[in-house]
Design a protein around this ligand. Sequence first.
Ligand code: CS2
Length: 488
Amino acid sequence: MPRRLNLQTLHALPADVQRPDYDPRAKRIGIVHFGPGAFHRAHQAAYLDDLLAAEPDWAICGVALNSHDVRDALQPQDGLYALALLGTTPRLRVIGALREVLAAREQQAQVLARLAEPNVRIVTLTITEKGYCLDGDGLDFARPEIVHDLAMPDAPHSAIGYLVAGLRARRDAGLKPYTVLSCDNLADNGGKLRRAALQYAQRIDAGLAAWIEREVAFPRSMVDSITPATDDALRERVGHALGVQDAWPIQREQYTQWVVEDNFCNGRPAFEKAGVTMSDDIAGYDRAKLRLLNGPHSTLAYLGSLLDLETVNEAMRDAPLANFVERLMREDIAPSVADLHGFDANAYIDAILERFRNPAIRHKLAQIAWDGSQKLPVRLFGTINEALAAGRSIEHLCVPVAAWLQFVRRQANNGVALVDPLNAALNKIGRGCNGDAGHDVAAFLQLDAVFASVKNDARFTEALRGTYAALGDGTPQRARHALEQFDR
Ligand code: CS2
């Protein structure tokens, strides 16, 4: 067995591998992070790693809510892991910022104890869209984990349950609260989380809800860095380059951006020294990023999957698809961010297209296709609603939505389970599709959790039916033919 990456083997790594410029053992945990998955480890943890030499109090305790695999991989490595920065000159660095990883299902008491520690002053989250248990803009009280947590608020399962339990313990102990910083791809992520936490707290203890409302900051943030899932090829490459084994290295593009609303209630590290943009108003950034990067990403994922393509780079080399997506960005989405002061949409789009074309990255379309029911409303429906209100055409904006329906239908008919919290309902609708656009689209539109914000506009229903029909039976041939039709 090759030796493992850990604090003992750290000093013996090859010289070209960047490693912590501080002694990880000497750092104190000041941040509890829910969801220490690939994105967090590629993004936020790397920013903190850059800061820890000067800011010893802001190491991270990662809390996995539902699984123990990250803990099991990183515990024998003293929390260390390699981050591969992909590009023309690839780089490898070892991150030391994650000083502890807990699996909440097995270590609940430790998680709650961390949340109640005075040294912990920020709680951050990357729990993906579904982790917020939202129904529209508010908390979905019917979600099983919320039902559970309201019945047993001292032994929560959800992130919201943990956040509020931790805040309650701090209020009872007379401690200052922590700032709650959402780092997920949701517009107004901090505002949504705040509303959900307040609604939840209100049901437990109205006084607590009032305290949270008064004392706790929920800054909004925009996060950006393309992070393909780890595969065996990466493990092998990293193991070879390090000379020791890393059970869970992470990879991402070199580009990274983090914009954080400067609203903290209990101190913060000097984020700006690590290149974080601190801003008073981030609404423009998150809107532009969700609409111009994530919306097109999902478009590539569903249309590309229908065309039997595998990666983003491959999809970008497919000229009709790449042209469609580029025109969607420039002609259909850009007008919805035109009001942002000083924002150069075309330059932003150029940079995004360049990132999508990055040949050093194998970003699987299947990964981006996960959780469509959660992602599409956030990424596309705001743009569609604004286009409708402004009297602009939405035909092309409906193509990715129709492609998703066709994708769901194809997976259901092929017996492939979707990665999506609504998998059961989607599968049933997908199997019931008969190819008639009126019938199939109507069946999908029943899903209020997805379509509530758009379904009542007849122009949407009509455009969706038209684009769904154009995609025919969703085979690659039909999808290709449809792309020609969509090309104006
Ligand atoms: C992607 C995002 O998987 C997806 O749905 O669209 O994760 C995307 O790579 C990041 O948001 C880029 O910052």
